[in-house]
Design a protein around this ligand. Structure first.
Ligand SMILES: [Zn+2]
Length: 804
């Protein structure tokens, strides 16, 4: 039965009408949204399998495996005759999305005859539980309900229902809640990331596609080319009950304007539909901007799929909560009517069932609107693609050229592989020897968005996320924008490519791929010797060496080990892992694994347990506040084994570790933990600046390497771009012993991309240093050298410390 039926008709009548199709409660023993109940992904999948056996209106499709190895299914729901022609309708969607070879007249005809695909999903932030709980009932009703709007939807649309877009997380969260429900820890935070590596950042990987899940979603989306991509979230600005488009400014100029018009129309349509159903408290335009293109529910706009998220209110998990008006922010306690908050919520109980119902009706609003305007929306997809091609026929950049020979060519190849995953067409030119991205292609706006420096508009409100991400800067890849029209002869000479072949960059310290190759050689018991930028190998079979190098886009050089040079030793690496689940730790772990550095996670008890030097040479502390490292979760807020941090005892063990010759590496704000706990003669020059003097929520800045011959900075470009995100900048004090590794420029702004207020505060300050302590070293990096698996140009800031 539908949520609506529950309210308006008797349970018996509705059940009798749909007797042959199993209801969620008949399978799960609970109605999704019940207080204190959460279905795991396995529960949801089990239910959808039964639904698919009982009805021809639903088809389950496997989209691959998740990071933790779960089989991942999505559901297509429509009338059986539409599902029988799913491939045909997918084909139409793709033809409209590409637009080439389709005339305006044909596009109108295709838009008229097609049954467009609409993507609705159960969210990727697993702690926002209504996201994936509400889709169970929605799936049932879309399949079983005979109400007119459901019939209409099935007749005219194909619903691509991702009942969970983070299956691993759904189960992690449900299992955690089940352990704690009814105990004092019922609403305690989850001590692990609900995506194996990146937790909440799983919605910040939309263009980089580092995670398996991001790639699966992108691949499926390019296959079905939905008109709408709608993702549920559950963090509404309080006391709003649901946050809807229009979003806050600023917004990228690289999207087709129609995408924004449609998402605003959809947002308003949801609000109106919710008020129609007595669901008050829709809110717009506060808090969340979508300047950062990495959200998986935003990136599609650059590919002409109307993509957006909404944020419904959440208390915690499936636990209900009663709100009184005096808990509201002062400005909203009067319950006044506002233009974009015209049905203020008045407080009272808020249950998981309420959140599920808001999401369910919001989905219905989107589906009803898409039913009504399907033809126009389908044509618009074509038009946006055609307009984009025409735009870049007439205006620069006409193309981007990426030379095959450069400082780190395999990383350039990686950048191109990422673009190809987004359906971007890449060509090879022979003169010059370069990869070429012609901009007269349907998704060119995405390329421009990722390649150009970001110029953040005048600050009207604090940015919600980082403000600059320019990939060629972050990855240290040389890219040239072509600003004069390409000749026909040049265009004709270009060869389309589907993969990067035949690249063989010199095996030296300049390329990140060399570090993976070194680790593979060491793992194969080979021997590696450094001489400056050069790498010499011995003790490994030539065939094995060649295959390692080829797989990494590398070729052997004639570098010979110097007489005095000693072979390097891979260091024993420990990576601090707090029970305050840290995305920065997860990203670090992921980057280490990608480059095949062996490591061990060190929990609080491992650090407090001591004897660290016996087992480790290098310990990495990812970006965390000093207090979080020392104190962790407060006792009483989480089951005891997860409470507390490393404490004074752990700090002493770390000091002993370095005294005995170990290396401690601290990322970003963890640097200040090291400065304070080791009493290093270093200070944070930004410690006392006010937000009106200096502000940066994440931008790309330049650092200058003091000495590229230093073992810790070999291989880095003399001027390297790093992600500065709320970090420290250092000055040394009297008594400092050690080496300054990198500084912000002394006489000009370090800003390369994004927004930075008060750039002079960074000028001349130290970005990275190595401080001597006992027989060991503390390496302080005042930025995020592994930021979201994107800042490849800065990886060597810590990779180099992993060899002796
Ligand atoms: Zn969310």
């Amino acid at each position: 039965m539908t949520y609506r039926k529950l309210i308006t008709t008797s349970l018996l009548l509705a059940t009798a009408a749909l007797a042959q199709i199993p209801t969620p409660e008949s399978v799960l023993g609970h109605k999704p949204g019940d207080d204190f109940y959460l279905a795991t992904y396995e529960d949801a999948l089990g239910y959808f399998r039964k639904l698919a056996v009982a009805s021809k209106r639903i088809k389950l499709v496997n989209v691959g495996k998740t990071t933790q190895g779960r089989d991942w299914f999505i559901a297509f729901i429509s009338d059986p005759e539409n599902l029988a022609q799913l491939d045909h309708y997918k084909d139409i969607s793709r033809r409209l999305a590409i637009s080439r070879g389709v005339t305006d007249e044909q596009a109108h005809a295709l838009a008229k005859q097609t049954k467009p695909i609409i993507h609705i999903d159960g969210g990727l932030h697993a702690s926002e539980v209504a996201n994936h709980q509400h889709t169970i009932q929605l799936g049932h009703d879309l399949v079983a309900s005979e109400e007119p709007d459901f019939k209409n939807i099935r007749q005219n649309l194909i619903v691509e229902l991702w009942f969970s877009i983070n299956p691993d997380g759904q189960t992690i969260v449900a299992d955690w809640y089940r352990q704690n429900v009814g105990t004092p820890y019922e609403v305690s935070p989850i001590p692990e990331l609900y995506q194996e590596y990146v937790g909440h950042d799983n919605n910040r990987d939309g263009y980089m596609l580092n995670m398996i899940e991001s790639r699966a979603i992108t691949k499926a989306t390019l296959d079905t080319e939905p008109l709408v991509f709608y993702t549920q979230h559950q963090t509404a600005p309080f006391p709003g009950r649901i946050y809807l488009p229009p979003f806050a400014d600023p917004i990228s100029g690289n999207m087709h304007p129609l995408m924004l018009r449609w998402l605003n129309l959809i947002g308003m349509s949801i609000a109106q539909h919710l008020d129609d159903h007595g669901l008050t408290g829709s809110m717009h335009q506060e808090t969340f901007d979508v300047w950062y293109p990495g959200y998986i529910d935003n990136i599609g706009n650059f590919r002409h799929t109307i993509s957006f998220f909404t944020e419904t209110a959440l208390y915690r998990y499936a636990t209900p909560h009663f709100y009184t008006v005096d808990e509201f922010p002062a400005v909203r306690q009067g319950l006044g009517t506002e233009m974009l908050y015209s049905s203020p919520w008045k407080g009272g109980w808020w249950r998981l069932a309420d959140a599920c119902r808001y999401m369910y009706e919001a989905d219905m609003a989107v589906l009803n609107l898409s039913t009504k305007y399907r033809e126009q929306m389908a044509y618009n997809k074509y038009r946006a693609a055609r307009d984009t091609i025409e735009k870049f026929e007439k205006e620069p950049p006409f193309a981007y050229e990426i030379p095959r020979e450069q400082h780190d060519a395999p990383t350039a190849a990686l950048l191109l592989e990422k673009l190809m995953l987004h359906g971007i067409e890449v060509h090879q030119s022979s003169k010059p020897d370069a990869w070429v991205i012609e901009m007269n292609q349907p998704f060119a706006g995405l390329v421009k968005e990722l390649f150009e420096p970001q110029v953040y508009p005048t600050l009207s409100q604090r940015p919600y996320d980082v403000t600059g991400w320019t990939l060629p800067y972050q990855m240290g890849v040389e890219v040239h924008a072509v600003t004069t029209p390409l000749s026909k002869q040049y265009r004709d000479s270009l060869q389309p490519i589907k993969e990067i072949k035949g690249l063989a960059a010199p095996f030296n310290r300049g390329t990140n791929a060399s570090y993976r190759a070194i680790n593979e050689i060491l793992a194969a018991k080979g021997s590696v010797t450094f001489s400056g930028n050069d790498i010499a190998t011995s003790g490994i079979d030539k065939g094995k060496l060649d295959s390692i190098l080829t797989e990494n886009h590398l070729r052997a050089t004639d570098a010979k080990a110097g007489d005095s040079a000693k072979p390097i030793k891979g260091q024993r690496i420990g990576l601090y892992r707090s029970w305050v689940a840290s995305m920065d730790e997860g990203w670090t772990r992921w980057v280490l694994e990608q480059s095949k550095f062996p490591y061990t996670n060190l929990y609080n008890a491992d650090i407090r347990g001591g004897h660290l030097r016996d087992h480790y040479d290098v310990i990495v502390i990812p970006d965390m506040a000093e207090r979080q490292i020392l104190e962790g979760h407060r006792p009483g807020t989480i089951p005891e084994r997860y409470a507390g941090g490393i404490g004074e005892e752990g700090a002493q063990e770390l000091r002993d570790f370095v005294t005995d010759g170990g290396t401690l590496i601290a990322f970003n704000n963890a640097s200040m933990f090291a400065v304070n706990q080791f009493k290093l003669p270093v200070e944070n020059a930004l410690a006392t600046v006010r937000p009106d003097q200096f502000f940066c929520s994440g931008c790309l800045v330049n650092v200058h390497i003091e000495d590229t011959k230093n073992a810790l900075t070999t291989g880095l470009a003399a001027d390297t771009t790093v992600m500065f995100e709320r970090g420290p900048a250092f000055d040394t004090k009297t008594g400092f012993k050690g080496t300054v590794l990198a500084r912000y420029p002394r006489d000009h702004s370090p800003l390369r991309s994004g927004y930075l207020a008060g750039p002079d505060r960074l000028e001349g300050k130290i970005a990275a240093l190595s401080a001597e302590y006992g027989k060991g070293h503390v390496l302080l990096l005042g930025f995020k050298p592994q930021w979201r698996g994107q800042s490849h140009a800065a990886y060597k800031f810590f990779f180099n410390a992993f060899y002796q």
